[in-house]
Design a protein around this ligand. Structure first.
Ligand SMILES: C[S@@+](CC[C@H](N)C(=O)[O-])C[C@H]1O[C@@H](n2cnc3c(N)ncnc32)[C@H](O)[C@@H]1O
Length: 367
């Protein structure tokens, strides 16, 4: 099953929406800013076309969608003004999977256009904004049509659950009672995830190498590891809590064991050195920077210090806003409330705390 058929952040602006439950992604975005800023300053030192085309890949629908893109446009505009050059117009492409809630973004655009002009002055832009539905693992734009690409907290979603894991006859590839890599996962499961990441990441780079004009820049932030071991708590603790919640539902007869064993999440946090190796192997980009940024354990609370149970409740909402569509498609919607109530109990009872690392990579398209 392709991820694009089953993955969709909860839309709208309600209590359960991604828009209301994406504070940790805002933390990653703010920690990406120094690299984004440096990349854009370097970009502005080159000769710019009259219209700069920027794409945000995996934009979703929420406060981060227009935050990322407005920061980039403001930096380019202000840098050009400081250098005494005419600021460019902008062509902005907001990409996500076709099921993304593009309508909520489009409804917010008139207000956004007004605000960005107020913030940057009368000579800003104009900027022309369009939605681009489709998977970033394939081509989305004409050849050499983009000057700047950014993507935040999206590329850890694989194009599909590793193909090898759908072979139910191979017992060495059953991820018993788990929904992602865990300490008990067989080596074959870990390798299947790594192979799927390699295939996907190289397709992503190949597609972008066609679309980004020579000298164009790209900044990507996505979940990743600072250690080679893929099953440390830093990568797996939250997936383990969710796996335990599923196991509770199995023990209560609310879902079948086989149903759980056949569910794996199309998600992967690669090791930083594997990412570097893939970029070198693909060969179209100069890797300008590759850094690790870290969100605190309770980044999901947007900086508030809450007790363990309240943090567990916030974490459950954040994980549900992202994973609900996939869980629903495999198990049905009737289990969702019980599943996340158990998640909260399991996490609230435990005492472990881990940081959440991500990778930030800044690229330049080779000439
Ligand atoms: C966690 S959200 C991040 C959204 C936003 N960039 C932010 O910082 O809040 C990840 C987004 O990536 C999108 N996504 C996942 N796989 C994708 C793919 N293959 N092509 C395009 N978008 C994808 C999801 O639909 C989702 O909206």
């Amino acid at each position: 099953m392709k991820t694009e058929k089953i993955l969709s952040m909860n839309g709208g602006c309600g209590e359960e929406s991604y828009a209301e439950n994406s504070k940790i992604q805002t933390v990653y975005l703010s920690r990406t800013m120094p690299v984004l800023h440096a990349s854009l300053l370097d970009f502005c030192n080159k000769e710019l076309p009259a219209t700069v085309a920027i794409a945000d890949l995996g934009c979703s629908s929420g406060p981060n969608t227009l935050l990322a893109i407005s920061k980039s446009m403001s930096i380019i505009h202000n840098t050009c003004c400081q250098l005494g050059r005419s600021p460019p117009q902008f062509s902005v492409f907001l990409n996500d999977l076709p099921s993304n809630d593009f309508n909520t973004i489009f409804n917010s655009l008139p207000e956004f256009q007004k605000r960005i002009r107020e913030e940057n002055g009368h000579n800003f832009g104009p900027c022309y904004i369009a939605g681009v539905p489709g998977s970033f693992y394939g081509r989305l734009f004409p050849a050499k049509s983009l000057q700047f690409v950014q993507s935040s907290t999206s590329l850890h979603w694989l194009s599909q659950v590793p193909v090898e894991l759908s072979d139910r006859s191979n017992k060495a590839l059953v991820n018993k009672g788990k929904i992602y890599i865990s300490r008990t996962s067989p080596l074959g499961v870990v390798e299947a995830y790594l192979n799927q990441f390699r295939r996907d990441f190289s397709s992503f780079l190949r597609s972008r190498s066609e679309e980004i004009a020579p000298g164009g820049h790209m900044v990507l932030t996505f979940g990743g590891r600072r250690v080679a071991n893929p099953s440390t708590d830093e990568s797996c603790l939250l997936w383990d809590y969710l796996g335990l919640a599923f196991q509770d539902l199995v023990s209560q007869g609310l879902i079948e064991e086989e149903k759980l064993d056949s569910y794996n999440t199309p998600y992967y946090e690669p090791y930083v050195e594997d990412v570097r190796a893939e970029i070198e192997r693909e060969g179209s980009f100069t890797l300008d920077r590759l850094e690790i940024i870290v969100a605190p354990w309770d980044g999901v609370n947007g900086g508030h210090k809450y007790d363990r149970r309240k943090t567990a409740e916030m974490m459950a909402k954040a994980i549900r806003a992202v994973n609900e569509s996939m869980i629903k498609s495999h198990f049905g919607s009737q289990i969702l409330d019980s599943l996340f109530e158990r998640f909260i109990d399991i996490m609230a009872r435990d005492t472990k705390e881990v940081e959440h690392p991500s990778l930030v990579a800044s690229f330049i398209r080779k000439s």
